[in-house]
Ligand binder design. Structure first.
Ligand code: 2HA
Ligand code: ZN
Length: 276
């Protein structure tokens, strides 16, 4: 049995932090990541954990995740440093039996603590745990510049964001057929924004925070990073398109989306295929 850093899920986590940094999504301490360990993951690293840490409040309640273990980035930590000094930048936490408190069992060696967005991460995990029966294990928050830019010019509705992003690349409706949700501007870091975000996670795997960034959920690091990347790239194309000329000369039509849905075996909700 190796150390915590030898576990594949820890390596995948570190790689995703660095990939996001290289994309330009994590200025300073922007963005954060969490991974919900499987029982097998916990057994793999158990010998390297320290169960003497003090219990501290999460800032919300997540009873369905009671006793669960999460690998999380640290509050105030820079994602560009994760690859250089993972033990300081990230940490493993365990939740208590009520789902109200957590303790650090590995990492945060310099005295760190979990991301300020821990309430949103855990409330999103709780929703995904219930709805996907443990399939979706990654929650990823990034400051994606093109999506943020669009929150200044598009109406802040799920319908408009979904439709505009879908139109920007044929693969979009296949990658996120449920669409994307939008949270209007709110104070980050607390329970209120966590509740609003987790409500959207009941319908979508993507929640956009106006003038701030995005949250994505997926089964693993590849799927979650790929989703963030696909949505942000679609937003980049929309920004480019609107910079060239404010109106589209041609685009993918509602009927073409319906054809695509049939060909790829996905269901596209009709409320996104409105006539313009
Ligand atoms: O600084 O991204 O939303 C971390 C954040 C807060
Ligand atoms: Zn943020």
């Amino acid at each position: 049995m190796g150390t915590v850093l030898d576990a594949e899920f820890v390596k995948g986590f570190i790689r995703m932090c660095n990939d996001g940094w290289e994309q330009g999504w994590h200025e300073r301490n922007g963005g954060n990541v969490s991974y919900y360990l499987t029982e097998a993951d916990v057994e793999e690293v158990r010998d390297g954990l320290n169960f003497e840490g003090e219990w501290k409040p999460i800032g919300t309640e997540v009873p369905t995740l009671a006793g669960g273990f999460f690998l999380v980035t640290g509050s105030g930590k820079y994602l560009r440093n994760v690859i250089l000094n993972p033990e300081d930048s990230i940490g493993l936490i365990q939740l208590d039996e009520t789902g109200k408190d957590y303790r650090i069992v590995w990492g945060f060696t310099g005295g760190g603590r979990p991301t300020s967005e821990l309430p949103t991460h855990l409330m999103n995990h709780e929703v995904k745990q219930k709805l996907t029966k443990g399939r979706n294990r990654v929650i990823y928050h990034a400051h994606t510049p093109n999506v943020i830019a669009l929150t200044y010019v598009l109406p802040l509705t799920d319908e408009v964001f979904t439709r505009e992003l879908w139109e920007m690349a044929t693969e979009c409706p296949v990658v996120f057929p449920q669409g994307v949700g939008v949270v209007e501007w709110m104070v980050p870091g607390g329970r209120e924004i966590a509740v609003a975000t987790s409500k959207l996670m009941e319908k979508y795997n993507v929640a956009i925070w106006a003038h701030h960034g995005m949250f994505c959920s997926g089964a693993d690091f590849d799927e979650t990073f790929g989703l963030m990347h696909t949505v942000e790239k679609a937003a980049e194309i929309l920004v480019k398109m609107r910079s060239i000329c404010p109106e589209k000369r041609q685009t993918i039509t509602p009927d073409q989306f319906r054809e695509l849905a049939k060909a790829f075996g996905v269901e596209l909700p009709e409320r996104f295929l409105y006539e313009k």
